[in-house]
Design a protein around this ligand. Structure first.
Ligand SMILES: [Ca+2]
Length: 370
């Protein structure tokens, strides 16, 4: 028995060792790829955004923003990052460039902050001078602050028409997702300057529009527009099972916690089943949960067979989910890099058309054609 155990451990550690060797050539359904390590030693890298000069900004959840020289494989710390509350799932989360970055220079950050009432998610924008961020402008602070340390959202996506979209999780108070009097459990839409668009679907008690764009969400993560359509795709974390891809439509209810394909972590069903009138169905659902993170539509020319596919990072099941979309449905799914043990926290397409991954091992990886 002991010998069997020792052999199993040796095999496991040999595999783990092999998984840490780069570059690696990996066969996938469509083609052979090479995975290279650009950076290692990061602490829960959470988001990456490529600058026009080919460098990138990279967040680590504990609160560090770095300027990465991708070709040299080096990074410099950026000063002036807002103070974040790095507690459990909270901390410095996403980074995005304004669509007009080349002209206006705005860099958007999303992170958790704390006061006496608890924590919440905040978005601000800043100018980067050399390696220092200015004080910037706070654009959005989700209400209310809460003592829980989970389900903050928050990935940022622009539509290129002056609007910024992002999700805020239910903060583990699931009833909030169905009520329009809090920001939790919602997708939001604000102006690039933080203003609330007049044509948003819901009004507050005083008749003013709110930032809420859709509701009934558990913990939205990836947010991306489909190229050549106006469809907004998101991923969200289910409970045990029932992680979802949703196509977001203005003012609609996505069901949580009334309908879900997931269950309580201790086993029982949640809510009223999987379908209900007035609540939209997901375009796809993962059971068991993959723990989706960053999300892109691949548009590059480096991988012609992946063009137009959704790619969702998976943390719980440690693979990159490549999804073929047809209309409003996901019709095919491939598990890329399964069995490697890479918890994939973010996925981005580089200006070179290669695919970049952030993993909880503390790596920035480049995936290129072999
Ligand atoms: Ca749902």
């Amino acid at each position: 028995m002991r010998a069997v155990y020792a052999a199993a451990m040796a095999a496991a550690s040999a595999q783990a060792f092999a998984n840490n060797d780069f570059p690696q050539t990996i066969e996938t359904a469509e083609q052979s790829v090479v995975v290279e390590q650009v950076l290692s030693g990061l602490s829960i890298p959470w988001g990456i955004a490529f600058l026009p000069d080919g460098k990138a900004l990279l967040t680590e959840r504990a609160g560090t923003l770095s300027l990465v020289d991708i070709s040299a494989g080096t990074r410099q710390s950026v000063n002036g990052v807002p103070k974040v509350a790095a507690r459990n799932q909270g901390g410095l989360l996403d980074v995005q460039l304004a669509p007009g970055y080349g002209l206006d220079g705005w860099i958007y950050l999303c992170y958790s902050v704390e006061n006496d009432d608890g924590l919440t998610t905040r978005i601000s924008r800043h100018q980067l001078n050399d390696t220092t961020l200015d004080e910037g402008q706070v654009l959005f602070t989700a209400a209310p602050f809460m003592k829980t340390v989970h389900h903050f959202g928050c990935r940022l996506q622009f539509d290129g028409k002056g609007r910024l979209y992002f999700g805020i999780g239910d903060r583990q108070e699931r009833h909030m997702s169905q009520k329009l009097n809090s920001d939790n459990g919602k997708m939001h839409r604000i102006g690039e300057d933080g203003s609330i668009p007049e044509d948003n679907p819901f009004k507050d008690a005083e008749g003013k529009p709110t930032s809420i764009w859709s509701f009934g969400h558990r913990n939205p993560q990836g947010v991306v527009f489909q190229p050549d359509s106006d469809k907004l795709f998101i991923t969200e974390h289910g409970p045990r099972g029932g992680d979802e891809v949703n196509i977001i439509r203005k003012g609609q209810n996505y069901g949580w916690p009334v309908i879900t394909y997931g269950r309580e972590y201790h086993g029982p069903a949640i809510g009223e089943g999987t379908q209900k009138d007035g609540m939209l169905q997901p375009a796809y659902q993962w059971t068991p949960s993959i723990g989706p993170s960053g999300l892109i539509f691949y548009t590059g020319s480096a991988f012609p067979n992946w063009k137009g596919n959704l790619m969702a990072g998976g943390m719980a099941l440690s693979y990159l989910s490549r999804l073929t979309v047809n209309g409003d449905k996901v019709v095919e799914a491939e598990k890329l890099f399964e069995g490697k043990g890479w918890r994939i926290r973010d996925v981005e397409q580089g200006p070179d058309g290669n695919v970049y991954l952030l993993t909880d091992n503390g790596w920035l990886l480049r995936v290129r054609p072999s």
